[in-house]
Ligand binder design. Structure first.
Ligand SMILES: Nc1ncnc2c1ncn2[C@@H]1O[C@H](COP(=O)(O)OP(=O)(O)O)[C@@H](O)[C@H]1O
Ligand SMILES: [Mg+2]
Length: 242
């Protein structure tokens, strides 16, 4: 398998706190890998280092064989890494289409004018917001904000998509919609690192899972095996002796 993302001995220290401690894993092209672990285990910090929002204390991150861990965030974005945030980030005073058009303007090959408008319409259709471009972003329901956030992330035509608890806060019907949207991305060959607490989604979407606890990787393998691992179950139950 072709490794798209390779993380080796990644470490992040905040003062005396080691938030990520020598974590290594890789993600093949077209794969959806779950990054799991209880709150505070370092998952978002890993995503922040992949996207360049944080600089690693040590270790390397490579995208398609090229080291990206010393690059600023916009360069990493231009290499093909897009993300969503644990708390949805939108431009609330703009319309839905303008939110996507703003993302299109920041690509390495920016789109403007009617080309941007047309592409925004396509991206909105892809996430189930067909014909909704004129609505105000802050009038959208939560699931529709999530759809728009995804359209913004896809505007960059990423090779690697980082989803940080993108499905959290959805009701059961919306969750089904959200899972189906990620399935449609998988069908198009998108490579995804999925940080998620909803195990139904993890089982439905991810062939492989990596589990962290207190900064360290404690398990990695096929999703069903990992979720049945006593050390993983103990970590989620807050058992420090796992
Ligand atoms: N910018 C920061 N400064 C200081 N500590 C941080 C920062 N970001 C995260 N942490 C700490 O690092 C640890 C891991 O956090 P995080 O990566 O957000 O965990 P998770 O996403 O798994 O819940 C936590 O103890 C958190 O308080
Ligand atoms: Mg987090």
């Amino acid at each position: 398998m072709n490794k798209l993302l390779e993380i080796i001995d990644l470490k992040k220290q905040f003062g005396g706190l080691t938030a990520v401690n020598d974590v290594s894993f890789s993600v093949a092209e077209g794969e959806i890998v779950a990054l799991l672990g209880p709150n505070g285990s370092g998952k978002t910090t890993v995503l922040n280092m992949i996207s360049g929002a944080l600089t690693p204390t040590a270790g390397t991150i490579a995208l398609a064989g090229e080291t990206i861990s010393n690059l600023p965030p916009h360069k990493i974005a231009h290499k093909g890494v897009s993300r969503t945030f644990q708390l949805v980030k939108i431009l609330p005073s703009l319309t839905v289409a303008e939110n996507v058009i703003a993302a299109l303007a920041f690509r390495p090959n920016p789109l403007w004018g009617s080309a941007a408008q047309d592409r925004a319409d396509m991206l909105l259709a892809d996430v189930g917001l067909s014909g909704r471009g004129h609505e105000h972003a802050d009038d959208l329901t939560y699931i529709d904000q999530k759809r728009m956030e995804l359209a913004r992330a896809l505007a960059a035509e990423p090779r690697l998509l980082l989803l940080d608890e993108w499905l959290s806060g959805l009701n059961p019907t919306e969750l089904r919609v959200g899972i189906d949207l990620i399935v449609s991305l998988r069908a198009r060959g998108m490579t995804i690192v999925l940080v998620e607490h909803i195990m139904e989604a993890v089982r439905a979407l991810c062939t492989r899972a990596v589990v962290m606890n207190i900064g360290s990787k404690i398990a990695e393998g096929p999703t069903d095996d990992v979720l049945a691992d006593p050390a993983v179950i103990a970590a989620y139950l807050g058992d420090g002796h796992a």
